[in-house]
Design a protein around this ligand. Structure first.
Ligand code: ZN
Length: 269
């Protein structure tokens, strides 16, 4: 568990043990101690953090409703009079004590606000949670990767979300993903764009941290654009590498690069 600070708020990043490197987040208003919990996985460290810091939970917010992102909903719900907030398409997938939030809606806790951006692709009900300078991206965007399409995903939607909702975020926006897949994602990035110095450097940095048992610091949109292959579908070097790997792949549009990258990453170890 690590904590980070912003202007008038704090962020706790909690990695759940016995999970697929899931991150849950607690964001609290430093003035009022009101907080929200994003994607609770293991409820125990989340509830401990809330208790130890005297926080009061206003809402639980699920970026989407895959089981590992809603696992801790109900135990955390017990310590709040508030509700679970999900996109309308996720409403039937969580506890009846929930309410819906749509694109553009603002969630208030204490003196802080989170804006909802609808981001379908990984799942139809996926949302991004945005604060000034922060983006909680769930399974839409990871460090050097994006969510898979295996459980209800649609490639066209994810590509469109990345182009219109993710790449358009201000450069300095910090990224808070739903999982830590950094090392594997960066190894994949180097494989599909071997001459990209930023991908190589980031991989070396992350490997050093992993050796020390540490997680990477949150990255920014500007950084992700330099090495995340799924944000670089116009790169000719990536196209060349994909053609080499799969001579039957005809190439062409950035979207065809995206789907080929996704296909390769799915079968890649
Ligand atoms: Zn998911």
């Amino acid at each position: 568990m690590e904590t980070f600070s912003g202007e008038g708020y704090g962020i706790a990043r909690i990695k759940a043990e016995r999970s697929d490197n899931n991150y849950s987040y607690v964001i609290w208003c430093t003035k009022t101690s009101g907080c929200v919990v994003i994607d609770p996985n293991d409820p125990v460290p989340v509830l401990n953090f809330i208790r130890d810091n005297g926080l009061s939970v206003k809402y639980i917010i699920d970026t989407h409703c895959h089981p590992d992102h809603i696992l801790g909903n109900d135990p955390v719900l017990k310590v709040t009079l508030g509700k679970i907030l999900v996109h309308p398409l996720g409403f039937d997938l969580v506890s009846p004590r929930s309410a819906t939030v749509k694109d553009g809606e603002v969630i208030k806790f204490g003196e802080q606000e989170i804006k909802v951006a609808y981001a379908p692709g990984h799942t139809p009900e996926h949302i991004l949670l945005l604060m000034d300078g922060e983006a909680f991206t769930g399974d839409t965007l990871f460090l050097s990767g994006v969510g898979n399409l295996r459980h209800g995903g649609v490639a066209e939607d994810l590509f469109d979300t990345l182009e219109t909702k993710v790449k358009t975020l201000p450069d300095g926006t910090r990224i808070w993903p739903g999982h830590d897949y950094a090392e594997a994602n960066l190894r994949f990035a180097v494989e599909v764009e071997p001459r990209n110095p930023d991908a190589k450097k980031k991989l070396a940095d992350v490997k050093k941290l992993v050796k020390k048992g540490k997680d990477p610091e949150p990255t920014t949109i500007a950084e992700e654009k330099t090495y995340n292959p799924f944000l670089r579908c116009g790169s000719t070097e990536i196209s060349k590498a994909l053609s080499k790997k799969n001579p039957e792949w005809k190439g062409g549009s950035p979207f065809s690069v995206f789907t080929e990258l996704r296909r390769l990453r799915d079968g890649w170890k």
